[in-house]
Write a new protein. Sequence first.
Length: 204
Amino acid sequence: MNKKFSKGEAIKFGWEGMKKNFWLFAGVMIILLVLSSISSSGNANAKTFSLWGAVITLLVAVIDTIIQMGIIRATLKVVDGAKPTIDDIFAERKLFWRYLGCTILYGLIVLGGLILLVVPGIIWAIKYQFARYLIIDKKMGIMDSLRRSGEITMGQKGQLFLFCLLMLGVTILGALALGIGLFAAIPTVMIAGAFVYRKLSVAV
């Protein structure tokens, strides 16, 4: 099968998907902003209410992780031609520990590579970037998802690196538009990422 993907096609698809589902993703982003504000308030008062601040931070982190899982589910539904709803954002709670474990392990792998010589960290970040998609999409275990992500990205790391730079550029442009542009840029980038994942995963 053809394992190539078009960066331009991914961006275009992400843009169209964002427009069709703008209010859902905008609402999710507002929720995340509120959670971030709550967490910051808890940390600001940590000297007086250290235990309370820690509890708030932990709860916010849990909810934030669940929402991240839901965003992956929602973007994959967009890619598959379905209409995501707010229910999708909170639908993958049962996979919480698996997703969290994968996130931590992925972070440690990338950190280890960055400590070594920087370049290995970048390579491993690209190689294993779809592991969490596989946990949500295929309900894979942590190690299987990392292994499968390595297979999906094999021979595509250069293109994926350029794609990541392009996504960064789109996000920066959104931020430059008084920050409001992020409500369009971030969903576009997320849907484009899911599009690339689906393209590569079905070709292997």
